[in-house]
Design a protein around this ligand. Structure first.
Ligand code: SF4
Length: 245
């Protein structure tokens, strides 16, 4: 089994409640959605996976895609000190579109005692289900249709969150000043229907390195979420501010 991977690097997590944790990032190629604020670029543009060999120095080598599980294990172990990282972040794109590959990779990571942190758009519950016992933390998006431009995914998100709630999960909702209040409230209701203790992160859209959310709107959304959920935080994309990958 092989997978198309865009890049691998060691950096700090820049989103959500694990902000600042050192992670190895494996960024998978491709996504089943097409959000209007996507910052990962179009799939299929990279026939090679780039690997930052000296973290933070922006020196990269390239490895031909697709990569085997063995390629990934050897590359990460050979370039990064696994023991000094909080976890491996599987990100994208959407990692779960290459679920068969994850089915081989995750047992290898668990065998080595490495925590698995999955960043996902929360739409492919069928693919998550067989893997959930091997994932330590799920960072799941709920896409507001008006903000993402993806179309409604409410049923898919609900199914996904039920599966993800079998391990540690938090939900992230990307918003800007034009985001629909009714869509936001629907997302909050969806989370509360599964478990009101699931943390919610309100993440402002980043445009030109700045947050696209006014102070008033951020506090308004947080207050709305806190009416139904126990842990609601407003957290911007910190890696942008830190100039981290
Ligand atoms: S789900 Fe993520 S990777 Fe996929 S299009 Fe949306 S923002 Fe981009």
């Amino acid at each position: 089994m092989k997978a198309f991977i865009r890049e691998m690097f060691s950096s700090v997590q820049g989103e959500g409640p694990y902000i600042g944790c050192r992670q190895i990032f494996i960024r998978f190629e491709g996504c089943n959605l097409s959000c209007r604020y996507c910052d990962t670029g179009r799939a299929g543009e990279n026939s090679a996976c780039r690997v930052e060999t000296d973290p933070g120095k922006r020196v990269f080598i390239e490895i031909a895609n697709p990569l085997s599980v063995r390629d990934v294990i050897e590359t990460t172990a050979g370039n990064f000190d696994l023991g000094r990282h909080h976890s491996i972040s599987l990100t994208g794109g959407e990692p779960l579109i290459q679920a068969d590959f994850l089915g081989e990779l995750l047992p290898e990571l668990k065998q080595r005692g490495i925590r698995v942190y999955l960043e996902t758009n929360g739409s492919l519950h069928e693919n998550l289900s067989p893997l959930i016992g091997l994932v330590d933390i799920v960072s799941m998006d709920i896409k507001l249709p008006g903000t993402s431009g993806c179309g409604p995914l409410w049923d898919r998100h609900l199914h996904f969150l039920r599966v993800a709630n079998r391990t540690r999960v938090f939900v992230k909702i990307v918003v800007d000043d034009l985001s629909s209040i009714s869509e936001f409230e629907r997302a909050v209701d969806l989370i509360a229907a599964v478990d009101a203790g699931i943390p919610l992160v309100i993440q402002p859209v980043t445009r030109g390195g700045r947050c696209s959310l006014s102070p008033h709107r951020a506090l308004q959304l947080q207050a709305l979420g806190s009416g139904r959920l126990r842990d609601v935080r407003v957290i911007p994309q910190a890696h942008v501010m830190m100039n981290q990958l």
